[in-house]
Design a protein around this ligand. Sequence first.
Ligand SMILES: NC(=O)c1ccc[n+]([C@@H]2O[C@H](COP(=O)([O-])OP(=O)(O)OC[C@H]3O[C@@H](n4cnc5c(N)ncnc54)[C@H](OP(=O)(O)O)[C@@H]3O)[C@@H](O)[C@H]2O)c1
Length: 255
Amino acid sequence: MSLKDKVAIVTGASRGLGKAIAMGLAQAGARVVVAARSEVVKDKKLPGTISKTVEDIEAAGGTALAVRCDVTDEASVKEMVEKAIAAFGRIDIMVNNAGVAFYYPVAETPLSRWDIVLKVNVNGTFLCSKAVLPTMIAQKSGSIVNISSLAADERDEGTVPTGVAYAVAKAAVDRFCYGLATEVGCHNIAVNNIKPKEPVDTEGMRYWEPDENITKDWVSPEKMVKCVVFLADQDAGGVTGTVSTDEELSNWHGL
Ligand SMILES: NC(=O)c1ccc[n+]([C@@H]2O[C@H](COP(=O)([O-])OP(=O)(O)OC[C@H]3O[C@@H](n4cnc5c(N)ncnc54)[C@H](OP(=O)(O)O)[C@@H]3O)[C@@H](O)[C@H]2O)c1
């Protein structure tokens, strides 16, 4: 699959799944805007910066631009999108990957933590999508891909391991997909959500679960990256309005 001549923005690309997605899109030929907050490593347990991701993309022969962005801040999102357009002239792909969780039960969740989980996952997805829509509408094409989670539907285990705030946030992101896909189909813009079937081994996951017994069953981001590259190449004439796991999408489309 070639994304040559396309421009992608990936939020939360300083580490983890976002970095793997940014590298996968660049490998498929897209020019990639690497958007997150980390310009320096502040916590050794959470390594990764936007410039290191760009360095790794360039070392692999790709083209990328690091732009500091806090997805909860509308001004910061607007500035990031302006910088993307100034550098590359267009925006074809928006990957809303930035996410945070708070793993504690509701009774132990301070309002400030509840707020930040909803702000990063939900408001961030809304603000970044809103900011790229005028460009995509003018271009009469585009693809928005939101990274969701099985937590959105998890009910049978008594507790949601990643916390109820996170589950609520991802359920909202899934509903956002259906609503936005309906709104922007007439502009030839695809909107899809994708979620990992198995836990993906990332810095953020290890931060919460450093136990080797738990992490041994985690998978590499490879399948998610393939799915995002596939969805990034869609417009409203192709796959749109879907919420699926990487396993499902891979089976449906032979990825
Ligand atoms: N790993 C899994 O098994 C799994 C499963 C289901 C869903 N997901 C979803 O996949 C996505 C990535 O998860 P991950 O495991 O790769 O997490 P991670 O390793 O913790 O990475 C999270 C990324 O989000 C960024 N971020 C956090 N707050 C931000 C903000 N306010 N503005 C901009 N960027 C922000 C972080 O960058 P900075 O700190 O530099 O800003 C970082 O790059 C999330 O949406 C998560 O919910 C992951």
